[in-house]
Design a protein. Sequence first.
Length: 100
Amino acid sequence: METIATIEIKDNSFARQFETTIPEGLVTVEYSFQERKIFLTKINTPEEFNNEKFIDNLLKTILENAIEQRLKVVPTYPRIVQFFKKNPSYKELLPPGIRI
């Protein structure tokens, strides 16, 4: 398993988003909770930011947190669905009936 770069993430529950600051600005992953599921609904990045590896590491960090909290994850944003397709080891986090 590859090493995940440590990314400091703040859970801004008021804005319902995970946040991390990079030199270009703020990167956020919006979410909502329903029962024991977290819906990952959107990724927001600064306009000039285009680092796919950083986004992958950010998502891995968020998913590791979901594993610790025993949450199921519902990806609704295309970029997050794409991440699940590229990383089948995380498909165990999908709730029953959700296929990617």
